[in-house]
Design a protein around this ligand. Structure first.
Ligand code: PMP
Length: 467
């Protein structure tokens, strides 16, 4: 090959790239037209069925040309995303603003600084605190010098303690290489997703859901595909709907039971059905089990299904009241753990060792999680009783630390209700829209002490009576 040939071929490449751009612009223009037509017909912008058909067509076409299907499907996600963005951009601007529970929390804090007393029913943090033995162990470990750089996967003693703990609890046998210690459950979710998703992949998310699943998916340049559940069906996911929402780009399913925000748990059978679905579709499942110790009628972990592509997320935040310690872990096959550990090593070297030593102490404590669960149940029962008195609709939680009610004859959406409750009554709750398309719901957290919860619920009643 001569230099001249190289130059000419580059020229051709340039011209072909130009043509791709022209075609892309033309395609986006057509997508906008489709958006207009859909609006006229009152149809939603996102049409998963049509997308799926197109993906199948593209897949056949790419096989014809010997192209890698995964690569082509990733490009398709980018094209779909851009098309939807353009269609959304042309929507009339009368959508409800997305104020989340974080915005409400910030506003509540501002009011507190200005001297107002606020009842916090919006935060997902139990007020329990860590057991004193754990705090003592932490300072003792720091004094003993457990304060150097450590293994990115976590201290071997803690990983072994976690493995033993999970074996006793769920009858699973795990090697320490299948466990990664992380700074909390949130980071564990991020690492699990970052280790398994590539840009353009799709992840199935069952709404209502903890907002981080969508945010992390989007942060990784992937696409969250939402499956809605509803109060009328007990907030339980339907496998047919999951099937319908799965495409060639689907690589992940997020599940979270006991659930934030609904407080529901799922049966062994439903968990098995979800895992069977994932197995059929050859996709990973991230099972966020941070509320497992707040399950009131027993709990089945995804670990018990022996699914090779399951990733289990756990945290010390809720079970032991250790939110500020920032410690949790993920369990998955070695290949995923290795990838996640490389990301953790890159971003933060390791979790501080003295915190890990304190976590070993926590794991040995069986009393504290039991005590905390009983207290959560007591609070949730009280909230439910007070909700019954105001004729609210909700599914009675079987776990977690939240209730997600809806109010009959509510004359405003949940954001307006949340803002009114905060401004006029000094009570902060999380609007349902933080967790998906649930404008009629609010999330009531039972993180603070019972007397405050009762005050908050009384004020909620007043606000509803007054509307
Ligand atoms: N998962 C869910 C469902 C949560 O609600 C939370 C906390 N709100 C977490 C994970 C993360 O908790 P942490 O990072 O404190 O372990």
């Amino acid at each position: 090959m001569t230099i001249e040939e190289l130059r000419k071929t580059r020229e051709e490449l340039r011209e072909i790239t130009g043509r791709i751009i022209e075609l892309l612009a033309y395609r986006l223009e057509k997508a906008e037209k489709v958006g207009e037509l859909k609006r006229e017909l009152g149809l939603p912008n996102v049409d998963l069925e049509t997308e799926r058909e197109l993906r199948e067509y593209v897949s056949k076409k790419s096989a014809q040309y010997g192209l890698d299907d995964a690569f082509i499907q990733q490009i398709m996600t980018l094209i779909f995303n851009e098309s939807i963005k353009r269609q959304d951009g042309k929507e009339p601007k009368n959508k409800i603003p997305r104020i989340t529970h974080i915005d409400i929390f910030r506003k509540a804090k501002e009011l507190e600084v200005s001297g107002r007393e606020i009842v916090h029913l919006e935060v997902g943090e139990p007020n329990f605190g860590a057991p004193i033995k754990v705090a003592d162990k932490l300072s003792e470990a720091a004094k003993k010098g457990y304060a150097f750089y450590g293994d990115a996967k976590g201290h071997v003693n803690l990983r072994e303690a976690i493995s033993e703990y999970l074996e006793n609890r769920f009858g699973v046998s795990l090697s320490k290489d299948e466990i990664l210690v992380t700074p909390g459950g949130r980071f564990a979710v991020y690492l699990a997703a970052a280790a398994t998703l590539a840009p353009g992949d799709e992840a199935l998310i069952i709404d209502p859901s903890w907002p981080a699943y969508k945010q992390i998916t989007e942060f990784l340049q992937c696409r969250p595909v939402v499956i809605k559940t509803s109060l009328s069906t007990g907030w339980l996911p339907n496998i047919d709907e999951l099937e319908k929402s799965t495409s060639r780009a689907t690589k992940m399913l997020f599940i979270n039971y006991p659930n934030n925000p609904t407080g529901v748990t799922i049966s062994k059978e439903l968990l098995k059905a979800l895992v069977d679905f994932a197995r059929r579709k050859k996709i990973n499942v991230i099972s966020d089990e941070v509320y497992m110790d707040y399950a009131f009628n027993g709990f089945t972990s995804i670990l018990e299904t022996n699914y090779d592509n399951a990733i289990m997320i756990m945290s010390f935040s809720k079970s032991y009241g250790m939110t500020g310690y920032r410690i949790g872990y993920l369990v998955a096959k070695k290949e995923i753990i290795d990838r996640a550990a490389r990301i953790q090593s890159l971003l933060m070297t390791c979790v501080p060792e003295f915190i890990q030593i304190a976590a070993i102490e926590a794991l040995a404590d069986v009393e504290t999680p039991r005590k905390y669960r009983e207290e959560m149940k007591r609070r949730i029962d009280k909230v439910c009783q007070m909700l019954d008195e105001i004729n609210a609709e909700y599914v009675k939680p079987t776990g977690g630390m939240y209730v997600f009610p809806r109010f009959r004859s509510l004359k405003m959406n949940s954001i307006e209700l949340a803002l009114k409750l905060l401004d006029k009554y000094g009570v902060s709750v999380a609007p349902g829209l933080s967790f998906g398309d649930y404008p009629d719901h609010i999330r009531i957290s039972t993180g603070c002490e019972l007397s405050k919860i009762i005050t908050g619920m009384e004020k909620l009643r007043e606000a509803l009576n007054e509307q």
